[in-house]
Design a protein around this ligand. Structure first.
Ligand SMILES: Cc1cc2nc3c(=O)[nH]c(=O)nc-3n(C[C@H](O)[C@H](O)[C@H](O)COP(=O)(O)OP(=O)(O)OC[C@H]3O[C@@H](n4cnc5c(N)ncnc54)[C@H](O)[C@@H]3O)c2cc1C
Ligand code: FES
Length: 245
């Protein structure tokens, strides 16, 4: 039975305003697009928080997270040597095995988190990163050695294209697209890809409680009925998802 295990934090560094990279010591399993349930507290808050694998090397795993509410505020106060409990790897992740030709990674905000490990693991393709941010950009330079090009945007125009990343993304030149970000942005990317008949796989961010398929909190509407984002996803074929946004 899969269960929570205790680990030691080896680093929790701030990479941009409100964005942290948390590294945990140990030997971990997991493929790109999979996630872990994290908790660094006793009983409150009750629920653990789902966070994607950002990077994984021999003796540590890293998570990139945005500070939003009670749970992530608590993560942000963790120090080297502090204890954290992890359950995972969970979910299906991106299926990289069949990808060939020219592939685009399209990320919105903290949706860039799972894309780093994805870019590292995706071999034998030509790979471009598209990343959209509100104001400050983060971690995109880390991608340089794994991708052929990086295009980015900021809503404020602080750097890169001023506007949405979808303004400068043309799916017609790609054989496949992998996407993670706010639902409204993924909906747009899926519409653009569907119009050009380009396969697109999206990582759905639903509120989660158990993370293992037991509570049905994470329901995601698809053409085949409701699916569990934690167990049947979080990665879905963009053609199958019925968006709420
Ligand atoms: C599969 C998956 C992977 C994710 N990967 C990352 C990642 O790599 N980095 C990152 O910063 N964030 C990621 N998220 C979103 C992250 O889980 C939420 O931002 C986080 O749970 C917010 O917790 P909080 O206590 O700070 O906020 P609060 O708003 O206080 O949380 C309250 C409750 O709502 C849930 N919740 C709130 N916002 C979300 C949300 N957007 N998605 C799901 N549950 C939410 C919390 O889990 C909690 O149960 C991921 C979500 C999913 C589903
Ligand atoms: S979070 Fe419980 S079924 Fe998905």
């Amino acid at each position: 039975m899969i269960s929570y295990h205790k680990y030691s934090v080896c680093e929790n560094e701030i990479v941009s305003k409100g964005i942290y990279k948390l590294s945990v010591k140990g030997s971990f399993e997991g493929k790109p697009g999979q996630f872990y349930m994290l908790r660094a507290w006793g009983t409150e808050p009750i629920l653990s928080r789902p966070i994607s694998i950002h990077d994984k090397i021999k003796d540590k795993i890293s998570f990139l997270y945005e500070v939003k509410g009670r749970g992530t505020v608590q993560f942000s106060s963790l120090d080297t040597g502090d204890e954290i409990e992890l359950l995972g790897p969970l979910g299906n992740g991106f299926d990289l095995s069949g990808l060939k030709g020219k592939v685009a990674l399209v990320a919105g905000g903290i949706g860039v988190a799972p894309m780093f490990y994805t870019a590292k693991e995706l071999k034998g393709v030509s790979l471009d990163l598209y990343a959209g941010f509100r104001d400050d950009t983060y971690i995109i330079e880390d991608f340089r050695k794994y991708v052929d090009s990086i295009k980015f945007s900021t809503d404020t125009g602080k750097s890169g294209h001023k506007g949405f990343i979808t303004d400068i993304f043309d799916p017609s030149v790609y054989s496949s697209v992998l996407c993670c970000g706010p639902e409204i942005m993924m909906k747009k990317v899926v519409e653009m890809c569907n119009a050009g008949d380009v396969p697109v796989y999206i990582s759905m961010e639903k509120h989660m409680a158990c993370g293992i398929g037991a509570c049905l909190v994470c329901a995601c509407k698809t053409r085949e009925g409701n699916k569990r984002a934690c167990k049947d996803g979080p990665v879905f074929n963009g053609k199958d998802v019925l968006f709420d946004a």
